[in-house]
Design a protein. Structure first.
Length: 687
């Protein structure tokens, strides 16, 4: 397969392929350079990639190993021209070569030299074409080269060949690499109970509905990819079971069809051990479950999600009885989840030092999996280890993410269990998928905890106690499962009769928003006591100097209980609500001000309003009033009406809960809610 880059060199397009069926090539026709795919690694890093077999493919490239769990060897290399006459520049193109599963696990020196020479020649052609003004671009569809047809036999030779075929017992047919029947004998058609005319030019599983099973197609795929002979037995709806022997080469697959022996099972059973094994799912069922798991892992957010998905889907799919996930932390193995084991047993193994030589720590040191079909094999490999889990067979699979081992996946079976090569490769691929999902989830959890700590650190731990002022504050983040937001509130006591109150909204719902929220709150604190316009102007200058790339809205109020006045200013924030004793709650129409962090020379205007005993000031962020598809002022008016309908002496804490419950119970929210209520008490009231 030859890959050419797009103009951005961020995507590789399959330009040409030879010796591979179209259905196998098309899923790999577009590869992002950052994808965990051999050709992407080769082109991106400018290095030669060699995979010597099925297990190595599964370990290093789990996605490839899961989709193509067959025996083959693979090389991927970048196309780099000869360095003469000028230094060689990479073309951004790549070459992929596949060998049959019979190939040794290493390339010979002669093979490697041939691959390197081919890459240089191809790269030189690409460079010469570009220099001539005709750069080679990827075609809309990859070109599928076909092998040259064999020599046409003469009449006598053809007759002799047909006579030879008819003398063979059973029936014979030929498939091309795409699986299409190109030749079939009358005897074979009779065994399949279908006319030759219906079979020629058709795929077997399309012409014969009883062959339309994932298991049969998987046998064909395995033969076509590995180029190794393969046999299986199938059961037609009428007549005897049939045995199919597949003999592939570079041009297609020869198939011999014979009646199966009376005692030949369908499909063949797994190899038996001295003790009877648990019934295992078919290969097709296991692959389906594993694909299901791969899709589920893409949706796992937290480490606990990864553990649950792996346990729920993997254990039944593979016939295992127990599972444990362990990660390396501070030179010890910590259990992050398990299924099928008791908590008491897991507590005994939690915290094993990585320096101890056990099956659980082996993969962290070597990156290699371990498989033990019975207790004897485990005891022989680790004679000092006491087997205390009551199981009889184990797979210890290293969890490798980004090229480094991060932990171990343990699968345990209640009875002896032989791990055939195909199953080993599938388990290794699966461990790689779990490792990548777990690594991402743990990073997410760490980021979540960091951001949560940031936010709880910058929001007030407690509001100051000011005589004759009843205060309640609430905060509700918008993001489900990620309690981080950029909204904030604050109440600053200046003296016994004077306070400053602020509510703001930093753009975003992440760590950056939480960090900037703390900076805005600190800036407001530093200027508290000045007139609101000056506080906002100073905070704005600080934010523009920091240039965080995020904007902030804010409303600031300076309340003087002695003079019974409140001075307010806004920087692009929703208007607060003020309710005087005996009256309704109304919006305060403050002079508009520019958002903080845009223009260092922006100015703001303060407005003075009366704040008599019994007055209630409500400051909030737009998450409380904003509903998709509705006007913002309608939302504010709805909150004002709710406040108006509440008794004047209703405790402000309960009123805050009522307003927040409205925000929580309405349409789905996409923003955080910060709420601050301040009431000038006419007399002592319960909070």
């Amino acid at each position: 397969m030859i890959y050419l880059p797009d103009p951005t060199r961020r995507v590789l397009h399959l330009a040409m392929t030879f010796g591979l069926a179209r259905e196998f090539a098309l899923p790999w026709s577009r590869v992002v350079v950052d994808d965990p795919i051999p050709v992407a690694d080769a082109v991106r890093d400018g290095r030669f990639v060699w995979l010597g077999g099925q297990e190595e493919t599964a370990r290093r490239y789990p996605r490839l190993g899961l989709v193509l769990p067959y025996d083959f060897a693979l090389a991927a290399a970048p196309l780099v021209p000869d360095p003469v006459p000028e230094p060689a520049e990479p073309t951004g193109a790549g070459l992929v070569l596949l060998w049959p599963g019979s190939h040794p696990p290493h390339l010979t020196e002669r093979e490697r030299d041939a691959v390197d020479a081919a890459c240089r020649r191809l790269a030189n052609h690409l460079r010469q074409a570009a220099a001539a003004g005709h750069p080679v671009r990827p075609p809309a569809q990859p070109v599928m080269l076909r092998p040259p047809p064999p020599p046409t036999p003469g009449p006598a030779e053809a007759a002799a060949a047909m006579a030879f075929i008819r003398r063979l017992p059973g029936g014979n047919c030929s498939l091309d690499l795409n699986g299409t029947i190109t030749f079939i004998t009358t005897e074979a058609a009779e065994l399949l109970r279908a006319p030759v005319s219906r079979l020629i030019g058709a795929l077997p599983w399309e012409a014969l509905p009883w062959m339309d099973t994932p298991v049969i197609e998987d046998h064909y795929r395995a033969a076509a990819i590995s180029r190794l002979p393969r046999s299986f037995t199938a059961a037609p709806p009428i007549g005897r079971n049939l045995r199919f022997d597949l003999y592939p080469d570079d041009t297609g697959i020869s198939v011999r069809i014979t009646p199966a022996a009376a005692d030949e099972p369908v499909p063949p059973p797994a190899p038996r051990t001295a003790a009877p094994a648990e019934p295992a799912p078919s290969r097709a069922t296991a692959l389906y479950q594993l694909m299901h798991l791969a899709a589920a892992l893409t949706e796992a957010v937290h480490a606990r999600d990864v553990v649950d998905q792996a346990a729920d889907l993997l254990v039944p799919a593979l016939g295992a009885q127990a599972l444990a996930l362990l990660v390396a932390e501070e030179q010890r193995l910590r259990i992050v989840g398990f299924r099928g084991y008791t908590a008491e047993l897991m507590a005994r193994y939690d915290g094993i030092p990585l320096g101890i030589h056990t099956a659980s720590t082996h993969g962290l040191r070597t990156g290699d999996p371990l498989f033990f079909a019975d207790t004897g094999e485990l005891a022989a490999a680790f004679p000092a280890v006491v087997i205390g889990d009551g199981m009889a067979a184990w797979a210890f699979l290293p969890l490798i993410a980004s090229g480094r081992p991060i932990g171990t996946l343990i699968l345990a079976y209640a009875r002896p269990h032989p791990f055939v090569p195909g199953e080993r490769a599938i388990l290794t691929s699966l461990a790689g998928l779990i490792a990548q999902a777990l690594d991402r989830a743990r990073l997410y959890d760490t980021t979540h905890q960091l951001a949560h700590s940031l936010q709880t650190g910058v929001l007030p731990r407690a509001l100051p106690d000011v005589p004759h002022l009843e205060v309640a504050a609430r905060y509700l983040p918008a993001a489900h499962g990620f309690d981080i937001g950029g909204d904030f509130y604050d109440l600053i006591r200046i003296d016994d009769t004077t306070v400053a109150a602020a509510v703001g909204d930093v753009q975003g719902h992440n760590v950056n928003a939480a960090a900037l929220m703390g900076q805005v709150r600190t800036a407001v604190h530093a200027s508290a006591g000045e007139r609101p316009a000056e506080v906002l102007a100073r905070t704005n200058r600080l934010l523009t100097d920091l240039d965080p790339g995020l904007f902030t809205s804010c409303v600031y109020a300076h309340i003087d209980l002695a003079t019974r006045t409140a001075h307010l200013a806004t920087a692009g924030h929703p208007p607060p609500l003020l309710r005087h004793a005996g009256g309704p709650a109304k919006m305060l129409h403050l002079p508009p001000g520019l958002l903080l962090g845009i223009d260092p020379d922006a100015s703001y205007t303060s407005v003075e309003v009366p704040f008599e005993p019994g007055s209630l000031l409500t400051l909030f962020t737009d998450g409380l009033v904003e509903v998709r598809g509705e006007d913002l002022e309608d939302g504010i008016e709805a909150v004002a009406a709710r406040i108006t309908a509440t008794a004047e002496h209703h405790p402000v804490g309960r009123l805050a809960d009522d307003l927040i419950s409205r925000g929580r119970g309405g349409a789905p929210r996409t923003d955080d809610i910060a709420l601050l209520l301040l009431r000038f008490a006419q007399e002592e009231q319960p909070m």
